[in-house]
Design a protein around this ligand. Sequence first.
Ligand SMILES: NC(=O)C1=CN([C@@H]2O[C@H](COP(=O)(O)OP(=O)(O)OC[C@H]3O[C@@H](n4cnc5c(N)ncnc54)[C@H](OP(=O)(O)O)[C@@H]3O)[C@@H](O)[C@H]2O)C=CC1
Ligand SMILES: N[C@@H](CCC(=O)OP(=O)(O)O)C(=O)O
Length: 426
Amino acid sequence: MSNADVTELMTTLGRQARAAAREMARASTAARNAALRALAATLRAQTDALLQANALDVARAREAGLNDPMVDRLTLTPKVIETCAQGCEQLAAMPDLIGEIIGLQQQPSGIRVGQMRVPIGVFGMIYESRPNVTIEAASLSIKSANACILRGGSEALESNRALAALVQQALQQAGLPREAVQLVPTTDREAVGRLIAMPEYVDVIIPRGGKGLIERISREAKVPVIKHLDGNCHTYVDDPCDLDMAVRVTDNAKTQKYSPCNATESLLVARGVAAAFLPRIGAVFAAKGVEMRCCPEAKAILKDVPGAVLKDASEQDWFEEYLAPIISVKVVAGLDEAIDWINRYGSHHTDAILTTDHRHAQRFLREVDSSSVMVNASTRFADGFEYGLGAEIGISTDKFHARGPVGVAGLTSLKYVVLGEGEVRG
Ligand SMILES: NC(=O)C1=CN([C@@H]2O[C@H](COP(=O)(O)OP(=O)(O)OC[C@H]3O[C@@H](n4cnc5c(N)ncnc54)[C@H](OP(=O)(O)O)[C@@H]3O)[C@@H](O)[C@H]2O)C=CC1
Ligand SMILES: N[C@@H](CCC(=O)OP(=O)(O)O)C(=O)O
């Protein structure tokens, strides 16, 4: 496509989205929930067609040499589609936040002042080649009465086209504008450049991906951005701690799934428990083929673990998000060094302490500057569904306007409402 064609395409999508957003803002709860239920039904009814579209993407991705974890994320299965359908139904069953007025209080002048929850308007989202994210984003957008323009990863284009067509059909069936959810129908990255520079049509941009994407967005965006960045997540095993629990939780945080941004990438261990803990978790990692990139002290403790793959960690390793069976391992003096280390090398996504000391837990919660901080739990829990939000747009690593897993509330804002009976200011 020529640049002029891309500009024309994106301007049309933007104009349509803006008009649809106005209709969505006044649409009833019942209509939005009906669209979500219709979407669930059509996803189930069209499973075979979706699998066929997805097979084209998967075949192309394999030909292009995409690695197994990426192909895994790209692949739709009947189970993935059923989970998407259930997600839509769960969202439909959740209370509607839109229009809710909170904190209404009478002021000395007589006016009553409160805050009403309202949709943001139009959001643009750029995300990886994982087609189920298209349904999560679309369904959250419908529930929160927004309009959205979705730009998924290029490898998922056929799947996303098929999914977006079903979303538009469901919107229409519920009497809502089809353009409330639109897909950017080209993989041309120039379209991303336009999407992030149309403040007249797009209120906020949600980029979900790695550093290259975020660098471009930060450089070129002319609208506010909610970044959903990489996860260099830490698990810190404290002194004192319950060693059995620490082995179980650390194992889950690293190995339950390697590719998500909330998997632990770096293990910190307090010196006081290192000799007892490291050989145990080292044996688990050795059995599962997880390579350990160690500081000299950790390597010395782990060297006799049968089958362990040990390497020396470089400075770069402490910053690394592997998304693979690799973990960096460091022995620290204790809580203070662990907190300093995480704030320096982490990506402010999700970090956990495993401890039996209440004061250490409290300090970790307050002093680690990340979107989720956890005590005695696996970092893999950082997820909208696990947090009770129904679904998630992703995990915001920004501090404004939403932080951590973003659900319906993260796609809304609060405006003041003032209710008077003819009062005037004196
Ligand atoms: N915090 C969170 O919620 C999440 C974070 N992530 C993070 O995402 C990363 C992995 O996903 P991955 O697919 O590799 O991410 P990428 O950043 O490579 O791709 C994500 C999307 O951004 C687009 N993109 C990337 N660079 C540019 C650019 N310069 N200009 C325009 N568009 C661009 C891609 O398009 P194209 O198809 O053209 O390459 C794709 O649509 C990891 O770091 C992971 O932690 C993943 C999921 C959730
Ligand atoms: N919501 C996810 C976390 C987000 C994430 O990392 O997504 P992805 O990188 O596409 O696997 C989960 O834990 O299920």
